[in-house]
Design a protein around this ligand. Structure first.
Ligand code: HEC
Length: 243
C-alpha cells in the first residue's frame, strides 16, 4: 500500500490523474441528485401563481425585511411539523423569485400562516403587535395602513416574473392593476375578473377592513393569507405518509 503511493508520487501524470479522480468523487456526489431533479421536485398540478396584489405584498414583505426574523421553510423535524404543519415541499417555492426561506427565527415560521388568523387580526397585529400579543417584541408597521398601494407597475412585475418561468398569461399581465384593486374590493365590479383569472379559491376580501383606498396593508395581508395555500400538495403527501 505505502509502496504503491511511493511509486504514484514519482509518476507526475499518474499522480495528477489520481488527484482528479479522487477530487471528482466529491463533485459527483453533489451533482448526482440534480440528474433526478424531475423526480425530486414533486408535482402540484393544482398550484396557482400569486395574484398581482399578493406579488405586491411579497415585495413589501421583502422591503420591510420580515425575512430577517421569519423563515418560510418548515423542516422535516417532528417538533416543527407538530408546531407548523406538514413540512415544506420544494414545489411550494417554485414561483418564489427570490425564495424567502430565511435562516433566522426571531418570530415563528410563516410558511403555513395563511388562514391561521383572520384578516382583522393580521391587520391589527402588523399595525401594532402588542395590541393582540401583549408580550410581542415584533416591531409595529403602522405606515402600511397609511400608504396607498402603487398598482400602476404591477403588470411589469408580472411580466418580469414571467421571464424567469412563472406562467403568467398576457391577460393576467394586462389586467394586473385592476386585479389588484378588485381583490381588495369584493363589492367592486373588478372582483369577478380576479376569480376568473386566478380561480374560485382566490381570497377576495377587504383585507385591511377599509373599503376606501387599497393600501400596502391590503397587499401584505393578502400575501400572508396565501402562504402555504397555493397548493394542497404538502397536505396530500402528509396524508399519504399516515396511510
Ligand atoms: C424583529 C423581528 C421581527 C420582524 C422584523 C418581524 N417580525 Fe413578525 N414576529 C416576530 C415575533 C417575535 C413574533 C411572535 C410574537 C407575535 O406574535 O407578535 C412575530 C409574529 C408574527 C406573526 C404571527 C405568526 C404566528 O404564527 O402566530 C406574523 C403573521 C408576523 N409576525 C408577520 C410579520 C411580517 C409580515 C413582518 C414584516 C412586515 C414581520 N412579521 C416582521 C418578530 C418579527
Amino acid at each position: 500500500m505505502f509502496n504503491f503511493h511511493y511509486r504514484l508520487e514519482r509518476n507526475a501524470i499518474g499522480f495528477v490523474l489520481a488527484i482528479i479522480l479522487v477530487a471528482s468523487i466529491g463533485g459527483f456526489i453533489e451533482i448526482a441528485p440534480l440528474f433526478t431533479i424531475d423526480e425530486t421536485v414533486e408535482k402540484a398540478p393544482d398550484m396557482r401563481v400569486y395574484t398581482p396584489l399578493e406579488v405586491a405584498g411579497r415585495n413589501i414583505y421583502m422591503r420591510e425585511g420580515c425575512y430577517a426574523c421569519h423563515s418560510q421553510m418548515i423542516r422535516t423535524l417532528r417538533d416543527e411539523v407538530e408546531r407548523y404543519g406538514p413540512y415544506s415541499l420544494a414545489v411550494e417555492s417554485q414561483y418564489d423569485h427570490p425564495m424567502l426561506w430565511g435562516s433566522k427565527r426571531t418570530g415563528p415560521d410563516l410558511a403555513r400562516v395563511g388562514g391561521k388568523y383572520s384578516d382583522a387580526w393580521m391587520t391589527a397585529h402588523l399595525n401594532n403587535p402588542r395590541d393582540v400579543v401583549p408580550e410581542s417584541n415584533m416591531p409595529a408597521f403602522r405606515w402600511l395602513l397609511r400608504n396607498t398601494l402603487k398598482t400602476s407597475d404591477l403588470g411589469e412585475h408580472l411580466a418580469t416574473l414571467r421571464t424567469v418561468g412563472v406562467p403568467y398569461t398576457d391577460e393576467m399581465i394586462a389586467n394586473a392593476s385592476n386585479d389588484a384593486l378588485g381583490q381588495a374590493n369584493p363589492d367592486s365590479n373588478l372582483a369577478a375578473g380576479v376569480t376568473e383569472r386566478y380561480g374560485e379559491k382566490t381570497n377576495i376580501s377587504l383585507f385591511d377592513g377599509n373599503p376606501g383606498a387599497v393600501t400596502e396593508m391590503d397587499a401584505l395581508v393578502a400575501y400572508l393569507q396565501v402562504l402555504g395555500r397555493l397548493t394542497d400538495a404538502a397536505h396530500k403527501s402528509a396524508q399519504n405518509e399516515v396511510e
